[in-house]
Design a protein around this ligand. Structure first.
Ligand code: ZN
Length: 244
């Protein structure tokens, strides 16, 4: 447990926040004024191959740390990729998690007995940037925040308002096909942006090309994997794919 725990007085309320990614689920328990009580990370598909089981396991671990420090858990915040309906508390579709209509807020509220809030991971990250007054959200009311992880999406902020779209899919451009008949994506389509430009896709293509991340590029030939030729903009789909 972090020694920062001792900056929070026993009995204070604490919250747990988790970021569900396609590779790992990261979480932390926070005391008053944002003091970090504990951090933990688990593989997304480590617990019985189920991201939901892994999420519950991680939150349980952090909730235990809250209790062990003499604090009181008062809420849980969850950031999820995909099409996220924060109002209904449900993840409508998340290709990288294999989720369709997962009512995660109700599930976690029932399991842990505290209020649970759900937000799209990209929008949550953009809110943090804005709240912390750093990077792109430093002093702007109009910006696009594009986190690149296992997947890719964007948080769109205009006039200080976070755009969610009618189905919670605003900024979910990772599954827009950009290479006709390209590589298969986790969403079932071919040639999605994510297949070529996500962090996991770039790492996978480097591995496939025989480039070791430890050896670094100096000892290795450039990746021999052919760079996909992008279609002209006129060939881009005119709307985001509903499939995620
Ligand atoms: Zn896709």
């Amino acid at each position: 447990m972090s020694d920062r725990q001792f900056e929070a007085a026993p009995g204070d309320s604490a919250i747990v926040a988790v970021d569900i990614g396609g590779t790992t689920i990261k979480g932390a328990a926070f005391g008053p004024s944002g003091i970090v009580l504990e951090r933990a990370t688990v593989p997304t598909f480590g617990a019985e191959g189920s991201p939901l089981a892994a999420t519950v396991e991680l939150i349980g671990k952090l909730a235990d740390a809250v209790s062990a420090g003499g604090h009181r858990l008062t809420g849980i915040g969850v950031a999820s990729p995909g099409l996220v309906d924060s109002v209904r508390g449900s993840v409508i579709f998340a290709a990288n998690l294999g989720w369709t209509d997962v009512a995660i807020v109700d599930l976690l509220a029932e399991r842990f007995g505290v209020p649970v809030a759900l937000e799209h991971d990209g929008r949550a990250a953009a809110r943090a940037e804005r709240a912390a007054r750093v990077a792109a959200g430093r002093d702007g009311d109009d910006f696009v925040f594009v986190p690149i992880g296992t997947g890719i999406s964007a948080a769109i902020v205009t006039g200080g308002v976070f755009v969610t779209g009618a189905t919670g899919g605003a900024g979910e451009f990772g599954h827009v096909p950009v290479v006709p008949d390209g590589e298969l994506c986790t969403c079932g389509q071919r040639g999605c942006v994510e297949v070529y430009a996500s962090a996991s896709a770039i790492a996978r293509r480097y591995r496939a090309a025989g480039v070791s991340s430890r050896a670094g590029p100096a000892r290795s030939r450039p990746p021999s994997t052919p760079t996909p030729s992008l279609p002209r903009s006129g060939a881009m789909p005119s709307r985001l794919s509903r499939s995620g």
